[in-house]
Write a protein that binds this ligand. Structure first.
Ligand code: CTP
Length: 399
């Protein structure tokens, strides 16, 4: 896990969102982090430090005078100081260099440490120019700001300022510890499955969920890339997609092809994880096909299929110097042999062969083989798609 054994000092300041820091704390622990906590005096009015003590944590009160050298010890402990939620008051105080509480003192004692701010406040307060100027100022001094969510604030006002989703915060903290191996790179990922319509209601597709592609897109963001995801019929609400990823939604083969060819020209690396239909219907009925009157003898309805172009091959043919094309293969038998054949026939830089005989389609885990164009082969044992994606990104960034 990426936060394994990392020391995180969680500083909770007083906002209606303070209670969400409990979920954040639990998630940090789940990721393997060591967490120490400071609860500010006003946060203590929203949540009780006893919650964290019940989990066995030592909780520090924000009283600067309680223990004279706590701020130095806490600063030494922290790999990252995470202020979540960070209020309007705390952010502006930090920017002014004020150090009158344990939280602000610890930050003052940690100029070289990464500080992550998770602002949470009313949208008008978040839009306040004083705050914006101070956030910009802090960004120049090792402070990283997690953008708040947009929605209805506790008071009912709509806008930017909500405490973000826990997953978004984790996703923004993880890169702090990661090498930015893809910094400055533009990565294009395709994920999901195309749909080929027979009539306005029926379509032909496959069980690809898009999880492998989404995992690659999330990991590429963490490695510092600018990422575009062409999402084919993905059930978005049930999947975590980093909000910094640009998403282009497409469904059928032709619309997908048009988006792919446009976006491919702008990228450095393409991960073609989408399951593209090899065939489409020769004719699409403009009206729903009725069951009576259409079937022939024995209730058989004949439809003709026509082969679709291979898009991966098409992009490889227009590939420019410096671009990398990473393809996938779904195989049930002779998997290495078939994978090698696809790598060479489609002129790929890499291919990842999924052994789909092993019940991986639509699941959370994957396994298979990575082959590069020099023919080197690497086996990946079964593991969650997210950690597999992390390894793949690390591998190709190193080559
Ligand atoms: N692919 C593509 N266009 C298609 C079919 C597949 O670009 N019309 C891409 C997929 O996105 C994947 C790779 O080709 O990255 C391999 O797909 P796969 O389904 O394993 O193989 P096919 O080339 O379609 O061959 P076959 O179905 O005969 O195994």
């Amino acid at each position: 896990m990426s936060l394994q054994n990392k020391n995180i000092l969680l500083c909770i300041t007083g906002s209606i969102a303070s209670y969400k820091s409990v979920d954040l704390y639990r998630r940090l622990k789940k990721e393997g982090a060591n967490v120490k906590i400071i609860v500010s005096a006003s946060a203590g009015k929203f949540i009780s430090p006893y919650i964290f003590e019940s989990f066995g944590e030592e909780v520090f009160s924000d009283d600067a005078f309680k223990s004279p050298l706590s701020h130095i010890a806490l600063s030494k402990f922290a790999d990252v100081i995470l202020i979540a939620p960070a209020t309007y008051n705390t952010i502006n105080k930090l920017a002014a260099g004020i150090a009158d509480t344990l939280i602000t003192l610890t930050v003052a004692a940690s100029p070289d440490k990464i500080k992550v701010l998770v602002p949470a406040m009313n949208p008008n307060m978040f839009a306040n120019k004083i705050l914006k100027d101070n956030l910009n100022k802090l960004a120049k001094h090792n402070f990283y700001v997690v953008s708040p969510g947009t929605g209805n604030a506790a008071c009912g006002d709509f806008g930017e300022g909500k405490f973000p989703e826990i997953e978004d915060i984790i996703c923004d903290i993880e890169p702090v510890f990661k090498e930015k191996t893809l910094k400055g790179k533009r990565v294009l990922v395709t994920a999901g499955a195309t749909r080929e319509y027979l009539d306005p209601v029926r379509f032909m597709s496959n069980g690809s969920s898009g999880k492998m592609g989404i995992s690659l897109a999330n990991e590429a963001i963490k490695a510092g890339a600018e990422v575009t995801l062409i999402a084919l019929n993905i059930d978005m609400p049930h999947k975590y997609i980093n909000r910094r990823i640009k998403i282009i939604n497409r469904s059928g083969f032709s619309d997908f092809k048009e988006a792919l060819l446009t976006e491919f020209k702008k990228c450095d690396t393409l991960f073609m994880a989408a399951a593209v239909s090899d065939y489409g219907f020769k004719e699409k009925s403009p009206v729903k096909i009725k069951k009576s009157g259409n079937a022939g003898a024995g209730g058989i309805l004949n439809v003709e299929l026509i082969q679709n172009e291979d898009l991966l091959k098409a992009v490889s043919e227009i590939k420019k110097e410096g671009q990398t094309v990473f393809g996938f293969a779904a195989e049930t038998d002779s998997i290495i042999e078939n994978g090698r054949k696809k790598l060479s026939e489609k002129s790929l830089d890499y291919i990842f062969i999924n052994d789909v005989s092993k019940d991986i389609i639509g699941g959370d885990e994957n396994e298979g083989f990575l082959i590069n164009k020099a023919g080197e082969i690497k086996r990946f044992e079964r593991e969650p798609k997210a950690s597999l994606a992390e390894k793949i990104i690390r591998d190709i960034a190193a080559q």
